[in-house]
Design a protein around this ligand. Structure first.
Ligand code: SF4
Length: 217
């Protein structure tokens, strides 16, 4: 029988486990920042998250989508949206793509507040920006690949990411430093420029989206 010698590092969790713990810690710090901001502005954390999710959205969003992003029920999201509407931070109107449905936008007052929230949370962006450019790019690509794996199991809510966008053309220039293409701006798209949350994003069909994420993972 083989007996492996013990080392001081035998109890170290796998790299995969430590990656997830690290992401969880970063997420907790971000959430604490959102809560702190929300409390100072007399909002609850869900209302602050909704304002953040509505930021830079020209198309307006549906309540169902908001609920899925927040991992809460539609009724709970609806309560938070109603509170934001009565505070004058969010407005409801007919959806542009379906006259029978309604969608949500930030009001001018809501935009000012989300800008303020973004500044309050800029400590995280500053920390990422302080990393070497190469480390930033590797981290971004690694996170895209992790999200791509999670998307396979359908546990990750929809993103306004290039890989789920109808303008994204995967591997149009295979083997080049900018292998993909954005048909909206008509330009090659290097991997390090892929967007996770793009204001111009328009969803592609589910089959194409799945193929994009699977090719990337
Ligand atoms: S940059 Fe924006 S518009 Fe272009 S493919 Fe990516 S998400 Fe779509």
């Amino acid at each position: 029988m083989d007996i492996k010698p013990e080392t001081p590092w035998d109890g170290t969790p796998d790299i995969s486990a430590r990656i997830i713990v690290a992401i969880g810690r970063v997420s907790s710090v971000m959430r604490a920042g959102v809560w702190e901001f929300a409390t100072a502005e007399s909002l609850n954390p869900t209302q602050a998250e909704i304002l953040h999710l509505l930021r830079d959205r020209t198309q307006g969003v549906r309540l169902t989508w908001l609920a899925s992003q927040l991992s809460v029920s539609k009724a709970s999201a609806s309560d938070s949206v109603s509170a934001l509407v009565s505070k004058g931070l969010v407005r409801k109107a007919r959806a542009q793509d379906d006259g029978r449905a309604s969608a949500l936008w930030l009001t001018a007052q809501g935009e000012v507040l989300t800008e303020k929230m973004s500044k309050a949370l800029s400590f995280a962006d500053d920390a990422a920006a302080a990393l070497e450019r190469k480390v930033q790019e590797e981290l971004l690509i690694g996170l895209f690949k992790l999200i791509a794996q999670l998307q396979k199991g359908e546990r990750f809510p929809a993103l306004r990411a290039c890989l789920s966008c109808r303008f994204f053309e995967a591997n149009r220039f295979p083997g080049s430093p900018a292998p993909h293409h954005c048909a909206l701006v008509k330009a090659p798209l290097p991997i390090s420029f892929l967007r996770i949350d793009c204001a111009e994003h328009q969803p592609t069909d589910p089959v194409n989206e799945r193929q994009n994420w699977e090719a990337f993972a």
